[in-house]
Design a binder for this molecule. Structure first.
Ligand code: HEM
Ligand code: VT2
Length: 479
C-alpha cells in the first residue's frame, strides 16, 4: 500500500483485476468505488493500473492535462488506426491532429448547417415513407437498427456529400458493416490478434478509402462547385508547413468522421426515442412547441427554427446527461503527475481514466439525478442543475490550434469532453439530433409496448454505450 499513490480497488484476480466488473457497468463501478475510496482511485484493467479521477477536479486534471504529461494516441491508436487508416487522428503527432481538427471545424459553419438541416429533414421523411415497416397506421419496432440507418443516411448525405450518400444504397453499407466490426472494445486489447473480423475490417478500410479517393478525383476533374460538404474543405486544406492534405489523408479523415458521427448519434438518437416512448407527455409537448413556434401547418424545418424549440434542444441535452456515448476517456501518463491538493503522484506509464458522466449524475449538481426530465433545463425548474457558474473571466477558453475551446474545468456536464481533445462535432451532432427528433415528433406518437414509463438498460460491451437490444417502441402515425 503506497501512501503516495491513490487507493487500489481490491480484486481477487491478478491481471484481470476489476476488468469484468468495470466492463459490465462502468458507471456503477465508478459510483461504488467513489463511495468507498473518494474521487480518485486505481483499478487493474487487463493488467494495467488505471487511475480514475472523477468530479470537476478530476475532469480538469485529466482533460486539461499538459501534453508532456498525458497522451491520447498511445491508448487509442491501436483501436482507431486500423479502422480510420494511417497518418490521421491518432496515427500522427498531436500537433498534426490539432491542424486536422481545425480543417474539420472550418467546414462546420452556420452556413453549412443551414444547408444540412433541410437535407437531414428530407432524409427522415423519405426514410419513413419508403420503409415497409412503416406502411401501416401503427406498430411495434426495434428502434436501434432504425436509428442506425437514419443516422448514416442523414450524416452521409449532409456531412459526406451526395455521392457518398448514394453509395450507401449499394456497396458501401456492407463495407461499412465490416469496418464497424473492427471498431469494438475487444480490439482495444486484441488489436494484434489475427481475428477473422480484423481481416474483413482491413479489406473494408482499404476499399472504402479507395471509394473516397475516387470521389475526390472525380470532383477535382469536375471542377469546384459551391458544395458545403466536409470533403471539399479537406481537399482544399493545406498544413502550416505548406503541404496540401494528401488524398489518402482526406479519405481517412472522412472515415474517422463517419465513424465518430455514426456511433455517437445513432446511440443518442436511440436513447431519445426510448425516452419519448417512456414519456409520451413530453412527445406531445414537443409537438405543441413546434405548432406554437412554427405554425400549425408545420412548414419545412430550417436551421433557424431549431433555436425556436427550447424543449426540443433540452431533450438532447438531458439525454446526453444520462447516456453519453463515451463513458471512459483514457490517457497514458508520460511523466509522474502530482495530484493537486493531495499527497498522491500518479506514476508514469499508468493509464488515467476520466469519467465525465459521474458528475453528470451527482445529486450535488443535478437534483434527482436519475430522473430524465428535459424541463430541468428550464430557468425556474425546481430541479435545475447546480452548475457552479464559474464567472466568464475564470471560465477560461484556450486555443490548441483549432479555435477557442472552453477548459470546462469546473463543469460537471461534459458529454463532448474538454481541453485539447474536445469534440469538434458537437454543433453538427446537435443540429442532426434536433432535426431528426423534430421530424419524428411531427410524424409519430410513441409509447412503450406495455404502456409503462420504463427505459431499457445500457449495453456497455461495445465501444460506445448504447441501449440493450431489442428495444421495442410502439408507434402510431399522427393523422
Ligand atoms: C452526440 C454526439 C457526440 C458526442 C457525445 C461526442 C463526444 C466526444 C468526446 C467525449 C470527445 C473527447 C474524446 C477524448 O477526449 O478522448 C470527442 C472528440 C472528438 N469528436 Fe466527438 N462526439 C460526438 C459527435 C461527433 C461528431 C458528429 C464528430 C464528427 C463530425 C465528432 C468528432 C470528434 C473529433 C474529431 C474529436 C477529437 C478527438 C481528439 O482530439 O482526440 N464527434 N467527442
Ligand atoms: N471484459 C471487459 C470489458 C472491458 C472494458 C470494456 C469497455 O471499455 C471501454 C473503455 C474505453 C472506451 C473508450 C471509448 C472511445 C474512445 C475514443 C473513441 C474515438 F477515438 F474513436 C473517438 O473519440 C470517438 N468519437 C468522438 N466523437 N464521436 N465519436 C473519435 C475521435 C476522433 C475521431 F476523428 C473519430 C472518433 F471516432 N471512441 C471511443 C470504450 C470502452 C468492455 C468490456
Amino acid at each position: 500500500k503506497n501512501p503516495n499513490e491513490p487507493p487500489v480497488v481490491f480484486s481477487w484476480f491478478p491481471f484481470f483485476g476489476s476488468t469484468v466488473i468495470y466492463g459490465m457497468d462502468p458507471p456503477a463501478f465508478f459510483h461504488a468505488n467513489r463511495a468507498k475510496y473518494g474521487d480518485i482511485f486505481t483499478f487493474i484493467l487487463l493488467g494495467k493500473k488505471t487511475t480514475v479521477y472523477v468530479g470537476p477536479k478530476g475532469n480538469d486534471f485529466i482533460l486539461n492535462g499538459k501534453i508532456k504529461d498525458v497522451n491520447a494516441e498511445e491508448i487509442y491508436s491501436v483501436l482507431t488506426t486500423p479502422v480510420f487508416g494511417k497518418d490521421v487522428v491518432y496515427d500522427c503527432p498531436n500537433s498534426k491532429l490539432m491542424e486536422q481538427k481545425k480543417f474539420m471545424k472550418v467546414a462546420l459553419t452556420t452556413q453549412a448547417f443551414q444547408s444540412y438541416v433541410p437535407i437531414i429533414a428530407d432524409e427522415v421523411s423519405s426514410y419513413f415513407k419508403k420503409n415497409p415497416l412503416f406502411k401501416s397506421q401503427s406498430g411495434i419496432v426495434n428502434i436501434g437498427p432504425i436509428m442506425a440507418q437514419l443516422t448514416i443516411f442523414t450524416a452521409s448525405h449532409s456531412l459526406q456529400g451526395k455521392e457518398v450518400r448514394n453509395k450507401f444504397d449499394e456497396s458501401l453499407a456492407d463495407l461499412y458493416h465490416d469496418l464497424d466490426m473492427g471498431f469494438s472494445a475487444v480490439n482495444f486489447v486484441l488489436h494484434w490478434a489475427p481475428l477473422p473480423w480484423n481481416n474483413k475490417r482491413d479489406h473494408a478500410q482499404r476499399t472504402i478509402a479507395k471509394i473516397y479517393m475516387d470521389t475526390i478525383k472525380e470532383r477535382r476533374a469536375a471542377g469546384q462547385t459551391n458544395s458545403q460538404d466536409m470533403m471539399w474543405h479537406l481537399m482544399n486544406s493545406t498544413y502550416k508547413n505548406g503541404t496540401p492534405v494528401p488524398d489518402h489523408e482526406v479519405a481517412h479523415m472522412m472515415i474517422a468522421l463517419l465513424m465518430a458521427g455514426q456511433h455517437s448519434s445513432s446511440s443518442t438518437s436511440s436513447w431519445i426515442m426510448l425516452y419519448l416512448a417512456a414519456r409520451p407527455d413530453i412527445m406531445e409537448e414537443l409537438y405543441r412547441e413546434q405548432v406554437e413556434a412554427l405554425g400549425a401547418d408545420l412548414p419545412p424545418l430550417t436551421y433557424e427554427d431549431l433555436a425556436k424549440l427550447p424543449l426540443n434542444q433540452a431533450v438532447i441535452k438531458e439525454t446526453l446527461r444520462l447516456n453519453a456515448p463515451i463513458h471512459s476517456i483514457m490517457r497514458k501518463v508520460k511523466q509522474p503527475m502530482p495530484v493537486p491538493g493531495t499527497k498522491y503522484v500518479v506514476p508514469a506509464n499508468q493509464t488515467l481514466l476520466a469519467a465525465a458522466g459521474v458528475s453528470a449524475s451527482d445529486p450535488q449538481y443535478f437534483p434527482e439525478p436519475d430522473l430524465w426530465e428535459p424541463h430541468r433545463w428550464d430557468k425556474e425548474s425546481p430541479i435545475a442543475p447546480r452548475i457552479p457558474r464559474s464567472d466568464p473571466e475564470k471560465d477560461e477558453t484556450i486555443d490548441y490550434g483549432y479555435g477557442l475551446v472552453s477548459k470546462g474545468s469546473m463543469s460537471p456536464y461534459l458529454p463532448f469532453g474538454a481541453g485539447r481533445h474536445r469534440c469538434i462535432g458537437e454543433h453538427f451532432a446537435n443540429a442532426q439530433l434536433q432535426t431528426i427528433t423534430a421530424m419524428i415528433v411531427r410524424m409519430f406518437k410513441f409509447r412503450n409496448p406495455d404502456g409503462s414509463n420504463k427505459v431499457i438498460g445500457t449495453d456497455y460491451v461495445s465501444l460506445f454505450s448504447r441501449p440493450l437490444e431489442p428495444a421495442n417502441v410502439y408507434w402510431e402515425k399522427r393523422e
